[in-house]
Ligand binder design. Structure first.
Ligand code: GCO
Ligand code: MG
Length: 402
């Protein structure tokens, strides 16, 4: 069997997605996701550089093809490169599953559990609003809920959706919007949210929170300490983690479990965090973590150091990444939790899929391959629309981390 054709699509069924479709000379095809929020066209161009080198290869040689594009490029790592390699990798696993007539989780070692526990996103303009929203997720059967609140005195905060929206979508059409930030206001307010949530909903439900890279290590240590009585499932992305060593400071001060990694793209972003046992959950998604081939290695290394997975699953990864995450999550032993923001109906129509939600868990389904398709014809109706993530400034105008 040989790869005959590979095509890249950028479509916007409510938001932008980059999709790769690889077709073989025997007519079997596989799909991969290469979406990088706000930088979609860069990944498309990168993939178009790779496609001539893919044609004619045996799609069964997944590891060799991965190495060909990683080592063979000379230039290594980075979100654009790794999203492109991931898309190829996902499509090849999809093809392998279809050829062998089995779901991808069987190729990864089979099921290690019945389903994949997920967390939903609750948010509100203030604590009372957020507490109500969390209740809605608990009613829908979620066992774990991420809670984000607006902060009084700030015009906006990370993770708060517009009134009529089912989820928080940070990318906006046109030029980047500007948010505002005050660490002091945030740190003084957020512990009160979790106090209220525990009073209202008791001890059983898992709560999570995302600081979205806005703290220094010592500020993160303070937040982690103040949240200890409310035993969070995890506290996410406290500090920007280019400096992995920064987590030593946080870790020595707090027992709140720490999660990080949604902007990482290779195993080399994690090695100090793992080997020094500085985190509890690693958050890379299959699309930004170099595909299933690389994620298997990351999970295996994490397992040695008591780290579990908690793959990034926002709406800016397509249902193809979500499906791949479910096959991955159900198969490994050190699975922790999966983020699940839910796509809109329009997105789901373009990407029909076999995975289903029931009582707090997602199930990948038993279709051969990844169990997700891409409706090319329908996607043509939704062409790419330029959109960017916001930038963030402190109250005095200093550019800060968004
Ligand atoms: C999360 C993330 C997202 C990111 C988004 C950027 O935890 O889901 O922080 O909300 O901001 O994926 O594109
Ligand atoms: Mg996050």
């Amino acid at each position: 069997m040989k790869i005959q054709e590979a095509k890249v699509f950028v479509s916007c069924p409510d938001r932008n997605f980059v999709t790769l479709k690889i077709t073989t000379d025997e007519g079997v095809y596989g799909v991969g996701d290469a979406t990088l929020n706000g930088r979609e066209l860069a990944v498309k161009a990168y993939l178009e550089d790779l496609i001539p080198c893919l044609i004619g290869r045996d799609p069964a040689q997944i590891e060799d093809i991965w190495q060909y594009f990683y080592r063979g490029a000379y230039w290594r790592r980075g979100p654009v490169t790794m999203a492109a390699i991931a898309a190829i990798d996902m499509a090849l696993w999809d093809i392998k599953g279809k050829v062998l007539n089995t779901p991808v989780y069987n190729l990864l070692g089979g099921k290690s559990r019945k389903g994949v526990m997920v967390y939903g996103h609750a948010n509100g303009k203030d604590i009372n609003d957020t507490v109500k929203e969390v209740g809605k997720y608990i009613e829908k059967g979620y066992l774990a809920v991420r809670a984000q609140t607006g902060v009084p005195g700030l015009k906006d905060s990370y993770g708060i959706s517009a009134k009529d929206k089912m989820y928080y979508e940070p990318a906006t059409k046109g030029l980047p919007q500007e948010s505002e930030w005050s660490t002091e206001k945030y740190l003084n307010y957020v512990p009160k949210l979790f106090k209220k949530l525990r009073e209202e909903y008791g001890d059983e439900v898992h709560f999570l929170h995302d600081s979205h890279h806005r703290l220094t290590p010592i500020e993160a240590a303070r937040l982690g300490k103040e949240l200890e009585p409310y035993h969070l499932f995890w506290l996410e992305d406290t500090v920007p983690a280019e400096l992995q060593e920064g987590f030593r400071i946080i870790r020595q001060h707090t027992t709140t479990p720490l999660a990080v990694g949604e902007v990482f793209n290779t195993i080399w972003d994690t090695h100090i965090l793992f080997t020094e046992q500085l985190i509890d959950y690693i958050r890379m998604s299959v699309v930004h973590g170099g595909g299933l081939t690389h994620m298997k290695k990351i999970a295996a290394m994490a397992e040695v150091y008591h780290v579990k997975t908690g793959c990034h699953g926002p709406t800016d990864v397509s249902p193809i990444t979500m499906a791949a995450a479910l096959h991955f999550g159900i198969s490994i032993n050190n699975f922790g939790i999966q983020e699940y923001m839910r796509h809109t109906d329009k997105t789901n129509e373009v990407f029909p899929h076999a995975y289903t939600f029931d009582k707090g868990y997602l199930y990948p389904g038993d279709k051969p391959g990844l169990g997700v398709d891409f409706d090319e014809k329908l996607a043509e109706k939704y062409p790419y629309e330029r959109a960017y993530l916001p930038v963030n400034r402190k109250l005095d105008g200093t550019l800060f981390n968004w």
